[in-house]
Design a protein around this ligand. Structure first.
Ligand code: ADP
Ligand code: MG
Length: 246
């Protein structure tokens, strides 16, 4: 079963389209990483999956449902099932950690502040940040901010979590910690993860499937070790240049 299926996806702005016929199947309950150099369209790909960018052409199917004819309300409902951890975490500096985690519930539901706080604290516990609810983002390390951003998505029990460059700006040790956390969350909840990253060290031991995005298309797809040994030099070079041997 595929959690996400992308068929012949084209997305462009003024000039040459950034995505030029992306085909991708993301299997349920797996961690799939899309690799690619900076500016290749990785963030655009993730945004298209939650309807923040509309395709010029192509089809995105999520949990078996074609999103082509989706209304704003349909996208809203879908976003309740898909968490996105943004590259810069998208935390509000003026709000405490628990308010950041519970932001959506505070703004868009009738749940009481006490109830939201309880749920936020539970989500914080899942990311090993128990007791940090009253801190403010400026008091947190980069790794803690990433955990808060993840806790915010866990509030919704998402079936799918999208991560945009989760290791960016983190030192290698912190980055390993985030990777461990992602693995344990996905295992615990059976979540499907679609991760975009250009950090090959980060992929090792996390990615069950890797796709390489290059010049608007997925040019290689499979287990990391397979791509590293690919007969297509475009694919094998990408992984070799970065200095990781199979
Ligand atoms: N809203 C937009 N309007 C115009 N160009 C954009 C927009 N978003 C992204 N781009 C361009 O599309 C390309 C791919 O962007 P992006 O998906 O952010 O790359 P990546 O995440 O792989 O680094 C970049 O050249 C970027 O400048
Ligand atoms: Mg990006």
């Amino acid at each position: 079963m595929n959690a996400i299926e992308i068929e012949d996806l084209w997305i462009g702005f003024d000039e040459e389209p950034v995505l030029q016929g992306v085909n991708l199947k993301v299997e349920a309950n797996r961690n799939t990483i899309i690799a690619g150099t900076s500016g290749v369209g990785k963030t655009i790909l993730l945004k298209s999956v939650i309807g923040l960018l509309k395709p010029n052409r192509g089809r995105i199917t999520i949990n078996g449902e074609d999103t082509s004819g989706y209304s704003a309300q349909d996208w809203y409902n879908l976003r309740m099932q898909i968490g996105m951890v943004f590259q810069g975490n998208a935390l509000f500096d003026s709000m405490s950690v628990w308010e950041n985690v519970g932001f959506f519930f505070l703004e868009h539901t009738r749940k009481s502040a006490e109830q939201v706080r309880r749920e936020a604290e539970q989500a914080l516990k899942l990311v090993d940040l128990e007791g940090t609810g009253d801190l403010y983002p400026e008091e947190l390390s980069g790794g803690m901010k990433k955990r808060v951003a993840l806790a915010r998505t866990l509030l919704f029990n998402p079936k799918i979590i999208l991560y945009d460059e989760p290791s960016s700006g983190l030192d290698p040790v912190t980055s390993e910690g985030i990777k461990d956390l992602m693995r344990s969350i996905h295992k615990q909840f059976g979540t499907t993860a679609l991760i975009v990253s250009h950090d090959l060290l980060f992929m090792q031991g996390l990615a069950e499937r890797v796709g390489l995005l290059d010049q608007g298309r997925i040019v290689g797809f499979g287990p990391l070790e397979e791509l590293q040994q690919s007969s297509d030099p475009l694919v094998s070079n990408f992984f070799r240049i970065k200095g990781i041997s199979p």
